[in-house]
Design a protein around this ligand. Structure first.
Ligand code: PHE
Length: 342
């Protein structure tokens, strides 16, 4: 009898049910009225008194074992059943439950739209490294040695080597293009840039830019103006008005900033445009001859214009989002709203 009990114990230990029905059959086979263990308990009655103690203990152990096994396997099926109908588990031909599809991030949507518009004007895309050297971010771009952007407060430097830094604008890519390519040059440079700024609703230490460069013979300020006016009308709508304000950048002369009429108040003045009716969207200017010469392009023969814009800023204006941080938090409740914008 002892051997029979041990064989049954091994069988129970090995058992793995495939379905709730299979588990129930197993229960009946062991514990049912004519079950194997039930039969052994019957036989136990006829065991001689001196063997009762040992066999009784074994039988009770096996009984606990089978009860535990039934309980844990039933719990597993119940857990599956609460998410899926258990009667369907067996049918492997049924289609899988639907899984939600994602959507493009609004920053990517805005960036792609900007690149598409410039592609229609014949601008190719150029990319470059995020970790740069001083020459490509500053010196070749005519930044004087004591310019504040070269300060630790504004730019992230690699501690052990002040020549290595995280690019603070993608103008560095324009330098790389000028170094290796002869005019005519017509490129847009998208990418991440880094600035040592406190994070707020309007500023972040990491953001995305698209900068552009056009170099050829006789490129004029009027060409730049026309190109950028076309761009903002495509991006913000036919009725968008623009204005250029004089500005300063070390690498362009003359320099300007372009404003667009506020879409939210139609130019009447509101919180978003700080009651001016205008919103700044980009910086631009005629490439300084020093920059062309530093990059191996003859400034007596060629002229060009450059511009740069922040992608998050344009995305904020386009979709009227008033906090830049939303673009970095990846809260699905925010991101889901751009599904239809695909
Ligand atoms: N590089 C400038 C910036 O990061 C933008 C800019 C590019 C301005 C080209 C003028 C011409 O702010």
């Amino acid at each position: 009898m002892k051997e029979r009990i041990e064989r049954l114990r091994a069988k129970i230990e090995e058992f793995k049910s495939e379905s709730p029905q299979h588990l129930e059959e197993f229960r009946v086979r062991i514990l049912g009225r004519k079950g194997e263990l039930t039969a052994m308990f019957d036989d136990f009655k006829t065991v001689a008194a001196d063997g009762k103690k040992e066999l009784g203990k074994l039988l009770n152990e096996v009984k606990t074992l089978v009860q535990d096994k039934l309980k844990s396997q039933k719990e597993q099926f119940d857990a599956i059943g609460s998410t899926r109908n258990p009667s369907l588990i067996e049918d492997k031909t049924l289609p899988a439950s639907p899984c939600g599809i994602g959507s493009r991030h609004p920053v990517s949507l805005a960036k792609n739209e900007i690149l598409d518009i410039f592609a229609r004007l014949g601008f190719a895309v150029a990319e470059g490294p995020e970790i740069e050297d001083d020459r490509h971010v500053f010196s070749a771009l005519n930044f004087p040695p004591d310019h504040p952007a070269r300060d630790m407060q504004d730019t992230f430097f690699i501690e052990r080597n002040p020549d290595i830094l995280l690019r603070s604008h993608t103008s560095s890519v324009q330098v790389r293009v000028m170094e290796r390519q002869k005019p005519p040059i017509r490129v847009v440079c998208p990418g991440r840039v880094f600035r040592n700024e406190a994070v707020s609703a309007r500023a972040h230490c990491l953001f995305h830019q698209v900068e552009g460069l056009y170099i050829d013979k006789n490129v004029s300020f009027a060409d730049m103006k026309q190109t950028l006016m076309y761009f903002v009308r495509e991006m913000f709508g036919e009725n968008t008005r623009t204005r250029l304000r004089p500005s300063f950048f070390p690498f362009t002369e003359p320099s300007a900033e372009m404003d667009v009429s506020c879409k939210i108040c139609g130019g009447k003045g509101c919180n978003i445009c700080k009651h001016t009716g205008w919103l700044e969207v980009l910086g631009c200017g005629i490439v300084d001859p020093n920059v062309l010469d530093a990059c191996g392009i003859d400034s007596r023969e060629y002229t060009g214009f450059a511009f740069g814009m922040g992608v998050e800023r344009l995305a904020m204006l386009k979709w009227q989002v008033n906090d830049l941080r939303l673009y970095f938090e990846n809260d699905v409740r925010f991101l889901q709203q751009f599904q239809t914008a695909l």
